[in-house]
Design a protein around this ligand. Structure first.
Ligand code: GLC
Ligand code: CA
Length: 729
């Protein structure tokens, strides 16, 4: 060992105790915990020496371990790098020690700044510089101690299409001012983070996912100044704001693409070009894009084909070009400087293509899918989820870490969208291991895929399969997330076997471990509005035209993007003035399904949603344990617990008309008492006050719990975990 590395190690070990207590000859040769244990210790050192040891992350560059008793835990971290040019390094300690999730620095090497020491540290995200060392006192995630670094884990993230939310200037299109007027409502949901789909300057061929200026706001929605005010408003409410970020492609109207078309040497290489096969007569590959078109379009200006994974007006950027990477970082920085708290990065699986340009095989599951238009008809072995795409996500995670560190900012979240049923590919976006990080929230679309199934397959066993699939594939260091839908899939209420089941699905979304993402309007159970090809004037999502009669209904996304339903009386449901034609027609369910009515009702989807968001702040739901209790075709039940608090959630998946289901939860939970009681904490709207289950506060005997079709409940058990052997980990 060279002398300088020894000096780092020495200083670091000394941090375990007041320095004088350990003599340097005692620690000189320590490179493992075992050796450390042999060191003679003094009384005063006891604070850090009692309890157990557990190695944490040990590599050539890092030595770290836990010390803990039943009541207290510490994490000791020592960076062993000696090269002063080493980069800021991030480690993920989450999941290594029970339910501990964050910590505060209690002792540190002198090289830490006071800002670093002040902030809490989230265990998913511990940053350390060359030669630094510190001891963290650990806390469980739910402890009420500085949430600046873990807000993204407990918040509910509310997805908003600004155009569809609230119009303020009566042009029929929602805008930033309109959204500002609705912040009170959003806050009343208990939702703390909003995510806006693109509001950048755009020709709006794909709801703004076709961007012609990444650093400006489209005039439909307002100005940069309006946006700055929105950010301030959101922050002054202690809420956060995330924006969609679309690096994969630009609009064909973007000045970069226009310059490329005019053979500007700087910009040609910003995009991906190919001469084509057979002297340009044939497309370079057979690749089919995700918007119902082949991925190559011929440009007569350049006599070459350009690549586009989506519409032909959305040419793909070339991420093998360092200049493009620089541009992307500039854009990140532009919005971060304005105060944005994170990004939802669009279409990450499409970022990089194999540049050998081999054809792609048809998928075995293609069945009768039309291979000329349906993306899922192919196995996208060459054009999706390439290792380069994972590397880009990791690079951006590093960039955001560095930005946050240098600018003394709270944690900046990175959410990624990879729309694929291949769960292993989704999981890879989390990063490779505890040292190479990717996305914080690779969006979990599994419930959406469950809803895609045929009617007779939407039962408890299938649901169990998708939920378990996610949990069993989730890396132990990764934080989970759930969503019920998004702007890309038809509304959940329209796809459930019974509309009433929405309440049970709120429970799955909000009470399972992980961040929850909710699509605007789903909190009131908004439904799809059907569109037809015959009424093509109404259609905004022009991508749907590529799919023809056969798939139109399945593919048209206007169905789920209709204006928010605020009131029951005013024309246009309060979205825009009654004299104006909204940019997209409202769903005709707005008379029965709207915010006003659900706020005024004693019980409603909205009220249950609010109640569950509150409940989710209780310790067992945020940071506690979770286990499935029973899954059958008709029923799904799970528990959440921490310390002495146990909650049981039971959902009857049947649609109306089936016999009630009776279960003995005393047995299922392996309760040692003869009887088991639970207090009703929340219930689906279809459970009436005078029913067997009855109101909140009622105590129910769980020896025979009876649930009718589509009913769902949350119970708090009135028995201690020690009596319920099911709770032993
Ligand atoms: C993502 C978006 C989708 C958009 C596509 C192209 O999948 O969620 O709405 O059409 O990317 O940007
Ligand atoms: Ca407007």
């Amino acid at each position: 060992m060279c002398s300088s590395s020894l000096s780092v190690a020495k200083e670091s070990f000394f941090l375990l105790a007041p320095l004088e207590l350990l003599r340097s000859e005692d620690v000189k040769n320590i490179t493992s915990i075992e050796e450390l244990k042999k060191v003679k210790i003094d009384q005063q050192f006891i604070r850090y020496c009692i309890g157990e040891y557990k190695p944490a992350i040990i590599t050539d560059n890092l030595f770290s371990f836990f010390r803990f008793t039943e009541k207290q835990a510490y994490l000791i971290i020592i960076d062993k790098r000696i090269d002063s040019t080493s980069e800021l390094q991030r480690y993920n300690f989450y999941g290594l020690l029970d339910t501990y999730g964050k910590g505060k620095i209690v002792i540190s090497s002198s090289t830490l700044t006071s800002e670093q020491i002040k902030k809490s540290i989230n265990l998913t995200n511990v940053l350390i510089n060359q030669g630094q060392a510190f001891i963290l006192e650990l806390f469980q995630l739910h402890t009420d101690y500085d949430e600046s670094q873990d807000w993204w884990m407990h918040d509910v993230i509310y997805e908003i299409i600004v155009a569809s939310y609230q119009d303020s200037n009566n042009d029929g299109i929602g805008d930033i001012q309109g959204l500002r007027q609705r912040l009170d409502y959003i806050q009343s949901l208990g939702v703390n983070t909003i995510w806006l789909t693109p509001i950048y300057t755009s020709p709006w061929k794909d709801y703004g996912y076709d961007i012609s200026n990444f650093c400006d706001i489209d005039s439909r929605f307002g100005t940069l100044d309006d946006f700055r005010i929105l950010i301030d408003d959101v922050h002054s409410r202690q809420m956060r704001i995330i924006i969609d970020f679309v690096p994969n492609h630009t609009s064909n109207e973007h000045p970069w693409f226009q310059a490329a078309l005019h053979n500007d040497p700087k910009y040609i290489d910003y995009y991906i070009w190919h001469k084509g096969k057979n002297n340009g007569k044939e497309l370079p590959t057979n690749w089919l894009g995700a918007s119902g078109q082949r991925m190559w379009t011929f440009s007569s200006e350049r006599n070459m084909y350009y690549l586009h994974q989506f519409l032909d007006c959305q040419p793909d950027l070339n991420f093998r070009n360092e200049n493009v990477l620089d541009e992307i970082e500039k854009i990140f920085r532009f919005w971060l400087d304005m105060g944005i708290d994170g990004f939802r990065v669009d279409a990450v699986r499409h970022l990089i293509e194999n540049d050998q340009y081999h054809d792609e095989p048809l998928s075995k599951d293609a069945k009768d899918m039309d291979p000329n238009i349906m993306y899922v008809a192919y196995d996208h072995t060459e054009s999706a989820d390439q290792s380069g795409s994972y590397e880009l996500v990791q690079r951006w995670r590093k960039f955001l870490d560095k930005y946050a560190y240098e600018n003394n900012r709270n944690y900046i979240v990175l959410i990624t969208e990879a729309y694929t049923v291949d769960i292993k590919k989704v999981m890879r976006y989390f990063g490779n291991n505890r040292e190479e990080h990717g996305s914080d929230i690779p969006i979990n679309f599994l419930i959406t895929y469950y809803l895609d199934k045929d009617e007779n397959e939407k039962h408890g066993l299938e649901l169990d399969k998708v939920l378990s699939d996610w949990q069993s594939n989730l890396p132990e260091y990764a934080w989970s997330n759930w969503c019920l839908g998004s702007h890309d899939s038809h509304r959940i209420t329209s796809r459930l076997p019974s509309k009433e089941l929405i309440d049970g699905f709120y429970m799955l979304l909000l009470l399972q471990s992980g961040t929850a993402l909710i699509y605007y309007g789903d909190e009131i159970g908004m439904c799809d509005r059907p569109f037809t090809l015959a009424n093509s004037d109404e259609i905004v999502d022009i991508t749907a035209f590529n799919y023809g009669e056969k798939y139109f209904d399945k593919m048209i996304r206007d169905r789920q993007r209709t204006p928010m339903q605020w009131t029951s009386q005013e024309a246009n449901a309060g979205f825009t003035s009654s004299t104006v034609k909204p940019f997209l027609p409202l769903s005709d369910t707005w008379h029965e399904l709207n915010v006003e009515q659900q706020q005024n009702a004693l019980r409603s989807h909205l009220k249950l949603f609010q109640q569950l968001v509150k409940l989710r702040q209780q310790a067992p739901f945020y940071g506690g344990y979770q286990k499935k209790v029973i899954a059958t075709k008709e029923l799904y039940a799970f528990i959440r617990w921490l310390d002495t608090n146990i909650y049981l959630i039971v959902i009857n998946i049947n649609k109306k008309g089936h016999d009630p289901i009776i279960n003995d939860f005393t047995k299922l939970l392996k309760c040692q008492n003869k009887e088991l009681f639970g207090e009703v904490i929340a219930r689906s709207c279809n459970i009436l006050d005078d029913s067997l289950i009855g109101k909140e506060g009622n105590q129910i005997n769980l020896n025979n719990l009876i649930l009718q079709s589509s009913e769902a409940i949350v119970l708090k058990l009135l028995t201690y975990p020690s009596n319920i052997s099911f709770c032993q980990q």
